[in-house]
Design a protein around this ligand. Structure first.
Ligand code: HEC
Length: 267
């Protein structure tokens, strides 16, 4: 944690002044929503204004924090807490919020971060291995979880793999078209069933839509798979060329480049 942020966090009135202890009651986005919309209800001395009076809505703040003007962005709790604490410290208009307790500030951050998410989290990589072509890897489970402190439903428009050898993966359609209530979730599995030995590294794209909005947004997981013990092509020779890349080396390099090229979108 950068020193400026540590200082900002310490600036929030803490019952145990100065020491940051993170073992506390679970952070609660529902309590955070109440505080966001009616901040004087926190009881903090000198707090006379609520967040929407200056910011309009929580979506406005999420769009700001996302860095990409996306109110539906996947925002981590840490990012939300860092940005909120930084603003309390640096924006004179927000100085009154220094009397929030640490838990109240954490609940507000939990609300700021309360957008639909996946488990494993957005932009993580799932690695698969099959023993041979036309055999299947162990399936891996992905969970889509809707936000908690919202009144809107979440429509799962579709889940599909796109990119390098997407056809080597089977994605269970269990969640496609489903509508989740707040705090609802859905699970599906992904299996690698290679038809060939080609580099298999597509993106698994989960397309979502919230409430009555027609704006679609995405969560993305990076799939990466190989066939265990695949022998190098017959003419690749042994790697005696003083560091020259053989076919497997080139495939590994191509994979590394493909992974690097993937867009980093997490806020
Ligand atoms: C009196 C006006 C005012 C109120 C009330 C207010 N803010 Fe702010 N806030 C600002 C200003 C000014 C900025 C800087 C410009 C901007 O981001 O729009 C800011 C910035 C922020 C940022 C962005 C920090 C960043 O890194 O970009 C967050 C997050 C934030 N406020 C959250 C809140 C929350 C949560 C509340 C309620 C507890 C709140 N604000 C109440 C005026 C206010």
């Amino acid at each position: 944690m950068p020193p400026a942020v540590r200082a900002a966090l310490a600036g929030l009135a803490l019952a145990c002044s100065g020491t940051l202890t993170f073992a506390q009651a679970a952070d609660d986005p529902l309590a955070g929503r109440t505080l966001f919309n009616n901040t004087p209800s926190s009881g903090g001395a000198g707090i006379t204004m609520s967040c929407p009076q200056c910011h309009g809505s929580v979506e406005d703040r999420r769009a700001r924090i996302s860095g990409s003007n996306d109110p539906y962005a996947d925002i981590s709790f840490d990012t939300a807490m860092t940005r909120f604490a930084g603003a309390v410290q640096n924006q004179s208009a927000m100085a009154q919020f220094r009397t929030l307790t640490q838990q109240q500030a954490r609940n507000i951050a939990a609300y700021l971060a309360d957008t639909p998410e996946t488990l494993p989290e957005h932009e993580s990589q799932l690695t698969f291995s099959a023993t041979a072509a036309n055999t299947s890897s162990a399936p891996q489970t992905v969970t889509i979880r809707h936000a908690v402190a919202t009144n809107e439903s979440l429509t799962i428009v579709g889940v599909q793999a796109f990119g390098a050898e997407a056809g080597n993966f089977s994605v269970q359609p269990a969640c496609n078209g489903l509508v989740l209530a707040p705090a609802g979730s859905c699970q599906f599995t992904v299996t690698y069933t290679p038809r060939n030995t080609n580099l298999s590294a597509p993106d698994l794209v989960i397309t979502l839509r919230q409430g009555t909005s027609t704006t679609q947004f995405e969560r993305v997981l990076f799939l990466s798979a190989s066939i265990a013990g695949t022998p190098p092509p017959a003419n690749a020779g042994d790697d005696s060329g003083g560091g020259a890349l053989d076919a497997r080396g080139l495939a590994a390099l191509a994979l590394a480049v493909a992974l690097l090229a993937r867009r980093r979108r997490r806020a």
